[in-house]
Design a protein around this ligand. Sequence first.
Ligand code: SF4
Length: 486
Amino acid sequence: MRFPLAPTAKIARHIIKHKLKGTPKYAMVLQLEPLHTCNLTCTGCGRIREYSTSLKDLVPLEQCLAAADECDAPMISICGGEPLIYPKIEELVEGLQGQGRLVYICTNGVFMRKKMREYLASVYTPTFEPQLAQLLTEKLVTEKEAQAIRKADAAAKSKTVIRPGKWHYWNVHVDGLEFTHDLIVEREGVFKECVAAIQMAKILGYQVATNTTVYKETETAELEEMFKFLSSLGVDGHTISPGYDYDAAKKDMVKRLGKDPAQFFLTREMTRQKFKDIERWGEMFTIFGTPGYLEFLAGKRELACSAWAVPTYNVRGWKAPCYVMTEGHYPTYAQMLAEVKWDRFGVDEKGCGRDVRCDNCMMHSGFEPSGALSSKPRDSWVNFKYNFGSRPPAYPSSPELTRSAYNGATIGKGHLAEAKEAVNREFAGVKSAYARGGNDLPHDHSHENSGGSGGCSTGASGPAIDQLADLKAKMAAAKKIEVKSE
Ligand code: SF4
């Protein structure tokens, strides 16, 4: 199965219950934002910009649990901000699981290993030595950290921790391979940390999903490489969504980065081009979601927006009308459902936005549930087959695949356009070597499944290694940043 049986059965029961009751609008996934503080400042993130005046505010634990209880969504996506900064994150996860909900923690991955060390410390007995030994061998914990785990005191033993289990997923934000991801999150080393966290999580028995936002500059060839790499790490599933041009993100882009948002965000037509391979990816990789949404992204059908099915609750209340657009905040989910003029939003039957801000939106938070909630017999059957059918096998790992993933440090700041521009302008002489290593320019992938060694790796062979090393040295000198060796 693509998804564990117990949560799948719970979600199916939730839908059937509401269909039998004839409930017109109900919640499927709660996007719970207990805080908006983040340790990163990703390009394109609307949250840290829109809520910049309330970054220090927290939703109290009891209020978070009450919001989940009120909307009764079977799945909770704890996002933010960075949810692992929330002081009571462990109690929140425990409380939501106590309500019988499936909990995703949407994280940038930077604090995951710390949280997993706390889990290990709380449960450590000598029976954990084989796992600890593997973590040490793979350099996922240091000797000092392993000793701290072994010698955990009573306080560490009694701490509430995030445990592995079938009702919890780490949902790690990964927007591309190393070069692209670190540019988008505007910090070097984050991709490496995400990969280390995923590896550690899999050794400890956690379920791990990844979430990817696709921007205008994202290359589909790179996305496929990314899915291969993540699959080879044992990642249990992936969600993917086109980027949306949040007003706040647009303003930030103009003001701070001096960029034209039109260069960055996707129109509907562009989205369909980017996602033309999504159904094939759904067969190759464990893409979570509904086939209806994948068909919608690939341009094969229209879907109505069901933003009310993925409500957002945060420091200001229930955010309306949707995760991406803000017209106001309501004190209760029921009040939001009753008072928002839902027919002013979403798209008409021809796919045109009823509100100009909906024109280019194909976000999963608006349209993914529409595929799941469809009552057409064909959709029900296809959904059943997709989710209950067998899960695609993990992609085989290989040194070539790993080298292709670690495709180079970023040149420091800003977004991919800035990097490409710099590469074109300053390093034109070594551009071809960079493109091979970076996977960010179109190139021939026909060799990739041949079993040969000519993959899209950072340093496939002698001259390319030299050129890339030369390029990195120039980048380091030009930008005064440390470029780590492979
Ligand atoms: S179409 Fe997109 S922007 Fe418009 S209401 Fe739906 S989710 Fe929000």
